[in-house]
Design a protein around this ligand. Structure first.
Ligand SMILES: Cc1cc2nc3c(=O)[nH]c(=O)nc-3n(C[C@H](O)[C@H](O)[C@H](O)COP(=O)(O)O)c2cc1C
Length: 313
């Protein structure tokens, strides 16, 4: 299927594996998705610069297809990671959390396509004015850091598609080909899936994390940290404690300290799925088996085709 995004990036299918700190901070997942005709995306945020550089080399050895790199621009290591990504002449940048303007000319110079993650229509317009090539639009169902105002993907994607001329990649709550078809119907020209790709052998998170994603139903996530920089994660002892303290009227400082006491790394690397931040989207309720990433891609493409036939019948 051809869209402006598949044409822009030179990929076969309009499907991205979303950047996920730790889960996609490795070469294997990125290589598997890109080789299957989608866009694998390396999450550079939590990586040490030396590991980031090594992993980029491994990805380039493992695939000659386009792949993406995510760098949160407000990260303290961002300047170093950007230099390494530039040196490696990465084909696609998926930048988040911060302004793209000052980096565009340098990356354009080496042919990188720059996509920007946004969660508000105002930010979409700003990124378009700055000159990015496309937008990734993240709705409230998403795992990780969804929009604090909790506007869902269905509404937000449609709103942004109508507000900008740039092609849009829909993100948040998509787990199968029917979800992909729904987003394309809204006017998105590709989709990105995070949680679905956690349940793959290639995702570099602890087995207990993957098991928790399989077990979760659609209502089993919590939105933790309202009023700040909230995360969507699976409900667990940590999120319950946070919610109880929130309801009890705990001070902002207490809630902030509690929020910072749990980390994604704790869940992802140590397997502490009770007290760590087990970041995952509502789409966890649509994921019930661990499949190789290439098989996930194959099924997504087939299901998309089935959905299109169903709609045109
Ligand atoms: C475990 C996890 C880690 C994430 N880390 C990042 C990240 O480092 N950078 C980023 O831009 N988005 C990150 N996200 C958000 C994803 O890129 C994507 O927007 C989200 O997973 C889409 O929603 P879905 O999980 O319902 O598919 C993360 C999401 C998850 C589940």
């Amino acid at each position: 299927m051809k869209t402006r995004i598949t044409e822009l990036l030179g990929i076969e299918h309009p499907i991205f594996q979303a950047a996920m700190s730790w889960a996609s901070s490795n070469a294997e997942l990125v290589i598997a998705v890109s080789n299957a005709g989608g866009l694998g995306v390396l999450a550079g945020g939590p990586m040490r610069p030396a590991d980031f550089e090594k992993t980029l080399k491994a990805i380039k050895t493992g695939t000659n297809k386009p792949f993406g790199v995510n760098i949160p621009l407000n990260n303290s290591k961002a300047p170093q990671l950007l230099d390494i990504a530039h040196e490696a002449r990465i084909p696609v940048m998926i930048a988040s959390q911060g302004g793209p303007r000052e980096h565009l000319a340098r990356f354009r110079g080496i042919g990188t396509k720059w996509l920007h993650v946004v969660a508000y229509v105002e930010h979409a317009k700003k990124a378009e004015a700055a000159g990015v090539d496309a937008l990734v639009v993240d709705g409230a169902e998403a795992g990780g850091h969804p929009p604090p105002n909790e506007v869902g993907t269905l509404v937000l994607v449609r709103r942004v598609v109508k507000a900008v001329k740039l092609p849009v990649v829909a993100s948040g709550g998509i787990a199968d080909g029917a979800g992909v078809a729904a987003m394309l119907a809204l006017g998105a020209e590709a989709v990105q899936l995070g949680t679905r790709f956690i349940a793959t052998p290639e995702a570099s998170v602890h087995d207990a994390y993957k098991a928790a994603v399989l077990k979760a139903d659609v209502g089993d996530t919590a939105f933790v940290g309202r009023g700040g920089h909230p995360v969507r994660q699976l409900r667990n002892a940590f999120s319950e404690k946070y919610s109880l303290r929130e309801k009890a009227g705990a001070t902002k400082d207490e809630l902030e300290a509690l929020f910072n006491s749990a980390t994604l790394k704790q869940a992802a690397l140590e397997g502490d799925v009770a007290w760590g931040k087990v970041e995952a989207g509502q789409s966890a309720g649509l994921v019930d088996e661990i499949l190789p990433a290439a098989e996930v891609m194959r099924r997504l493409v087939n299901e998309l085709e089935e959905a299109r036939k169903r709609l045109s019948a």
